[in-house]
Structure formats: structure tokens, C-alpha cells
Design a protein around this ligand. Structure first.
Ligand code: GLA
Length: 466
């Protein structure tokens, strides 16, 4: 993983110094102090494709979480946050760290520490030889806004814990290690957010492929501006959003299995497994196969799906819902939307491939069209937009954006808009007048809507003695 100071700007170094002062006042002035910084991300295109093992095109943003840490001799994580809204926590490091109740912010740090412990346990670093850490967090990625504040926290905490224990990993291995950290808190997320946070590069978008994880930086044309606007509708993944998200994961997994069986492919779990079997494919043909092998909707009790797949229902349940404490509970009153979800994921994958080429060659208008089409597909087929997100997208387009779409999981959170740099101020102004001026809350506009720049991925530094 990166251990370079280049990615840190003066403001971030200042933040780290302030945190270090607090940490030294707890652990003593002589302790070695490490600072890990990890950015949030905005996804340009490739939404709800990562957990199907299909590509995405995010940027790491210039807003980050910083964790400053020092070793302690208590073999525990003593965690606090500069923002008093997030209460201090303390937990022992052990082979299996029990999560706090759902919704507790410190679960993201537990997920990080557990991820490091699991990864290094298989490489001969026993947990009982690992040191505990006193950690202080300063998060500046807005929470629940679809900008991956949770990945920024998980990644920075994992890196800080590794630094304390003198453990190193390159970026790809680190991103693979933390990819499943959201599973710890019960969301079956893919690995996009963590990979973008770790492997992002300044002035570049990151084309990310999964299984195996690979990244390719794509330069963002100099005349392009990226605007992010928060609907202020909370997309908190610990509540109903999680249930909706996990439901989508199940719908896609069942579709993959039906396609796999129809096409006589082995070991298909996710849609990416289907596509990897073909040198050339297109969404239309695959959708036709799906349509002729299953109804568009299937019962959420999985009976019909099991019959189509010629499997026992309980085996299918264990496979797609998981086992143990984080087994997905489906609301059985609504059918699973197999065809529409698949139509989104496959067409979105085609759009990602086109978007990479469009961006590389500076064809911003084409990139914008693909983003618009992505939003339509997310709203109609994936059903994860909201009236507020649709309104923001419309405002951005009316203001002159070339394209706009929801970004992240949706169900609230933010939109991303692409425009020519020369029109950015006009788009922002339009959003202010048409969307934010009518909101009742008193949050500063600048915190919700801004031109963001692609920043560098995560890195760790050791801070000099006081
Ligand atoms: C969330 C998840 C990601 C990804 C997006 C949707 O941000 O954490 O893994 O699935 O939703 O694209």
C-alpha cells in the first residue's frame, strides 16, 4: 500500500498534526505515530455492477478520512472521533471480533481490524502477536451521502492498524483484503468503494475490473468538470436501504444461475461468471436467453427459482442468502425482479466499456449520454432512484450538464453530473436555485453541492516526533 506523503496536501497534514497532538496526550510524547488517509469516491458510471463481478468507473475524491494511531500495550483498539456525534469505543483484538449492534459507526473499524487479522493470519502473523492501537478519527467525507464515507473509514482504519503492526500490502492486495468489509456490517456490497479509495489517482478515473481485481487509470479530460450534489435524503445503509440493496444482490445472483444453467456453464454464481465465458457478448442476446428460461418475476420464497434450477430450495437459499448471522432476510410479499435487474446490470456493463473509451478520447458529450442512460436504467429497471434524485438529475441537465445520474447505491444520497468546465458554475447555480433553495434545512449549500476533483488514493505516513 502507498506510504508516500505526496498524496497529502497541507490541509490534510494539518489535520493529521492536530489529531496527533490528541493521541500523544493519551499515549505519551515518545510513541511512534502513524497517520492513514483514505478518500471517499464518486462513481462516474457502472452502478450496481461490482457485486456481479462487473466493472465500474469511479474517481477517488478530494475529501478524506484521516486516522491517526499509536500502538498501545492493552491489545485493544481504543477508538475516538474528533466529531463528538460518534461516541468513543474500545474493543479487544481477537480472532473473531463481535460486531456492535447494527448501525454503530465503530463496526466499520471492527470490520477493518478483522479484515487485517484474517488476511495476515493465513500468512503466519498470529493475532496474539499483534499490537492494539489508540486511534483518533477525523472524517470529512459526508456520511450517508453515497460518497463512501464508510469505505474511507474502513480503509484508513485498516491502514493505520497495519502500520502499527508493521504489516505491508500493495494496493491491489489491500483493496482485495478490505473489499468485503461491508459484509461484516450486513451489506453484501461489492469491492468498488474500497478499491477506488485505495487505488484512485489524481486527475484520473479508475476503471476497475473484479475477480481478479485490476485497475486502469483513465485521464479525465482537462475541460471536464464533475459536480456532486447531495439530495440530503439519507441513504443510510444500515436500515431499509440495506434490505433493498441485498435484495438486488439476490435478484442478480438468481438471474446469473438461471443463465448459467441455460447456457450449460459451470460454477456460475454471479453475472460476471456468465460473461467471462464469452469473448463477445451483448446484453440483448443474454436477456433473450433469460426470458426464454424464466418468468420476468419469481416468488421471493425461492420455490420457483429452485424448480427452474433443479436444486433444493434450502441449498439455493444457503447459496444466495448466505448462512449465519448475516443471512439475507427477503421480504416475501414482493416478487424478485429477475429480468429488469439483469437488463440494468448487463446494459450498464456495456455502458461502462463505452464510457472508458469516450473519456479516454475526450468525447464528453458521449460520456454524458451514457450517464443519462445509466440513470434511466437505474430508475426504471433497478428501481433505486428517488423523486429527489430524479429532480436533482433534471436540474443539473437543465443547467447545462452533459449528463447526470445517481451515484452509489441510490435510495437517497448524491448525484454526479458531468459538464464542460466552462458551464460548471451555471450548473451549480441552477442546482442551488431550483433544488436547494426550496429545502427547509439550514445546511450550508457548499457542503452539499460542489465541483469535485479526482484525488489520490489512500496512503500512510509516519509523523515526526513532537
Ligand atoms: C454501494 C456499495 C458498492 C456498490 C454501489 C452501487 O456503494 O458499497 O459496492 O455496489 O453501492 O454501485
Amino acid at each position: 500500500m502507498n506510504s508516500t506523503a505526496e498524496a497529502w496536501n497541507d490541509r490534510e497534514l494539518q489535520r493529521a498534526a492536530t489529531l496527533a497532538k490528541h493521541v500523544r496526550s493519551i499515549v505519551g510524547a515518545d510513541s511512534r505515530i502513524f497517520a492513514a488517509r483514505a478518500p471517499g469516491r464518486v462513481n462516474l458510471i457502472g452502478e450496481h455492477t461490482d457485486y456481479s463481478g462487473l466493472p465500474v468507473l469511479p474517481i477517488a475524491i478530494d475529501r478524506s478520512t484521516i486516522v491517526v494511531a499509536a500502538a498501545n500495550s492493552d491489545r485493544e483498539i481504543a477508538l475516538s472521533n474528533l466529531d463528538p456525534a460518534w461516541p468513543s469505543r474500545r474493543f479487544p483484538i481477537s480472532k473473531n471480533i463481535e460486531p456492535y449492534p447494527t448501525g454503530d459507526w465503530a463496526n466499520y473499524v471492527k470490520a477493518a481490524v478483522q479484515g487485517v487479522i484474517d488476511h495476515f493470519a493465513t500468512r503466519g502473523h498470529a493475532v496474539d502477536r499483534m499490537l492494539g492501537a489508540t486511534m483518533l478519527v477525523d472524517g470529512r467525507v459526508p456520511p450517508a451521502a453515497g460518497l463512501s464515507s464508510s469505505a474511507a473509514l474502513t480503509v484508513s482504519a485498516a491502514m493505520a492498524f497495519m502500520a502499527i503492526n508493521n504489516l505491508q500490502l500493495d494496493g491491489i492486495d489491500a483493496a482485495t483484503m478490505v473489499a468485503r468489509s461491508e459484509w461484516y456490517v450486513g451489506t453484501r456490497a461489492g469491492g468498488m468503494d474500497q478499491a477506488a479509495s485505495i487505488l484512485g489517482r489524481r486527475d484520473h478515473a479508475t476503471f476497475i475490473e473484479f475477480e481478479p481485481l485490476r485497475v486502469y487509470p483513465v485521464p479525465i479530460p482537462a475541460d471536464a468538470a464533475i459536480i456532486v450534489a447531495d439530495s440530503r435524503q439519507i441513504a443510510d445503509k444500515s436500515g431499509t436501504v440495506r434490505a433493498e440493496y441485498n435484495r438486488r444482490v439476490v435478484e442478480c445472483a438468481i438471474a446469473a444461475r438461471i443463465l448459467g444453467r441455460a447456457l450449460k456453464l459451470d460454477n456460475v454464481r454471479i453475472l460476471g461468471d456468465v460473461i467471462r465465458n464469452f469473448e463477445r457478448w451483448n446484453s440483448r442476446d443474454l436477456l433473450r436467453v433469460l426470458e426464454s428460461n424464466a418468468p420476468a418475476r419469481l416468488g421471493a420464497d425461492l420455490n420457483e427459482a429452485a424448480a427452474i434450477l433443479d436444486e433444493s430450495r434450502s441449498a439455493l437459499e444457503n447459496d444466495v442468502l448466505g448462512v449465519g448471522a448475516n443471512r439475507i432476510a427477503l421480504d416475501s410479499n414482493r416478487p424478485l425482479e429477475i429480468l429488469r435487474r439483469t437488463r440494468h446490470v448487463l446494459s450498464e456493463t456495456e455502458r461502462v466499456m463505452l464510457a472508458v473509451e469516450a473519456l479516454k478520447s475526450g468525447r464528453l458529450r458521449e460520456m454524458g449520454d451514457l450517464m443519462n442512460e445509466s440513470h434511466r436504467s437505474l430508475a426504471e429497471d433497478f428501481e433505486c432512484s428517488t423523486a429527489q434524485l430524479d429532480r436533482l438529475v433534471e436540474c443539473a441537465r437543465r443547467g447545462g450538464a452533459l449528463g447526470a445520474r445517481l451515484t452509489g447505491a441510490g435510495f437517497g444520497g448524491s448525484i454526479v453530473a458531468l459538464c464542460e468546465s466552462s458551464t460548471a458554475a451555471r450548473v451549480v447555480d441552477r442546482l442551488r436555485q431550483e433544488y436547494y433553495a426550496n429545502l427547509a434545512d439550514s445546511l450550508p449549500f457548499e457542503e452539499s453541492c460542489a465541483v469535485l476533483h479526482a484525488g489520490d488514493g489512500a496512503s500512510t505516513i509516519e509523523l515526526a516526533a513532537a
